[in-house]
Design a binder for this molecule. Structure first.
Ligand code: MG
Length: 399
């Protein structure tokens, strides 16, 4: 595949003037508000308040010690869930500003999107889901919603963070119909069809753009990817060639950063141009019209979508399925599975007995506890339980 118009910085800087708020943006006047009514904040608006609540949550702080691809203790330079979320928020804000939609709401969704992630990344999620198979399963996206609706206990008047409908809607990126039926209004679009706000769509795509690019960087740094593998990707290869023509003496590190930055710029530019065209062609003039669409407004052009998907495939093949990553995943899955068995068999190992008087089951309380752990806490808790021989006893009961 050839790539036209590989972007290389011209060196000329134009100052982008943010458009005024677009008619299809979420604003206070068209927001569905909060479950529990609260006084209007004096010094900030309601969307800033949501963003601030996410940043002050305990789940957000724990993202610092949770795996993105590399387990937290493997190196100080790799992305964690926290730095990933910050990069998503940065990309998402740029897109939101360029489209004239609500930047604070977009940022709140981006910062909250991974709050429900388990320790050890996707390996942790898949094993926790397997452990919970008979008890309703586990899905990190649903768990992010559970964190902001129930598990954060900070306010005297309500459980959770009492975030705006639009923030919660944005956090819930995907959902099965049976699950959606349990979620009330926020799950309705998965039953009836329709799209979330543009702000939610932006946070979703910014997530993919962010991890594609930072995983190339981390993968190269870790020595799991090599440049020759990336050069099989048309955009990487052509961007690198264009940069070498312009700066023939760049060292390898600056060349890598420049290629990745220019690629990121290419995807964001294409996304903005394509989305602006969609908005115009479909005559979208309100938030209600955004919601009525049968497909997302935010999209790459067909050619760029293929380039984006090729990059995802390349990363899956060479990085996420790399033997070292797979081995790390295997070890971390053992930790989570064994923790789950111990807590299921010995409730007294939980920090406090769960209140099972309502809908909460013991299995769900165990799942919430494990999902909230950081990588290093899960490892040290596993070691503690091994020392106390609890794990051996649990293992005997399983066999
Ligand atoms: Mg993410």
């Amino acid at each position: 595949m050839t790539v036209d118009n590989v972007p290389v910085d011209s060196g000329v800087r134009a100052t982008a003037t943010p458009p005024s708020q677009s008619p299809y943006a979420v604003g206070w006047e068209n927001s569905r508000g909060r479950k529990h009514a609260e006084p209007t904040p004096r010094w900030r608006d309601e969307f800033q308040r949501d963003r601030d609540r996410v940043i002050h949550s305990a789940a957000f702080r724990r993202l610092e010690y949770k795996t993105q691809v590399f387990v937290n203790h493997e190196g100080d330079m790799f992305r964690t869930r926290l730095t990933h979320s910050l990069e998503v928020a940065q990309i998402a804000r740029t897109i939101a500003r360029a489209l004239g939609v609500n930047e604070d709401l977009t940022e709140a969704i981006a910062l909250a999107h991974d709050l429900g992630h388990t320790p050890f990344g996707h390996a942790g999620q898949s094993v926790l889901n397997a452990c919970m198979r008979e008890f309703g399963g586990f899905e990190h996206n649903l768990q992010s919603l559970r964190v902001v609706e129930l598990l954060e206990e900070r306010y005297p008047e309500f459980r959770g963070l009492n975030l705006l409908f639009e923030t919660r809607e944005g956090i819930l990126k995907h959902c099965s119909v049976p699950q959606a039926k349990l979620l009330g209004e926020v799950g309705r679009r998965f039953i009836e069809g329709g799209q979330p706000s543009l702000e939610a769509q932006i946070a979703n795509v910014a997530d993919e753009i962010a991890y594609n690019h930072h995983d190339m960087d981390d993968g190269l740094r870790a020595g799991l990817l090599d440049v020759e593998q990336l050069r099989t990707h048309s955009l990487f290869r052509e961007t690198e060639q264009a940069i070498i023509v312009r700066w023939p003496h760049l060292d390898a590190k600056r060349l890598r950063y420049t290629v990745i930055r220019q690629m990121l710029n290419f995807f964001v530019s294409d996304l903005l141009t394509t989305t602006a065209t969609h908005l115009q062609e479909r005559g979208v003039e309100s938030l209600a019209m955004v919601r009525e669409q049968t497909s997302p407004m935010l999209d790459f052009s067909p050619t760029t979508l293929q380039i984006h998907l090729e990059l995802k495939r390349l990363l899956r093949h060479h990085l996420y399925e790399h033997p070292r990553v797979v081995e790390m995943a295997f070890q971390s899955q053992t930790i989570i599975r064994e923790l789950f068995e111990v807590y299921m068999n010995s409730a007294d190992e939980l920090p406090e007995p769960p209140d099972l008087s309502g809908e909460l089951t013991h299995a769900r309380a165990v799942c919430d506890y494990i999902a909230g752990m950081t990588d290093r806490f899960a490892i040290s808790e596993h070691q503690r339980l091994r020392r106390s021989a609890r794990l051996n006893r649990a293992a005997e009961e399983i066999s």
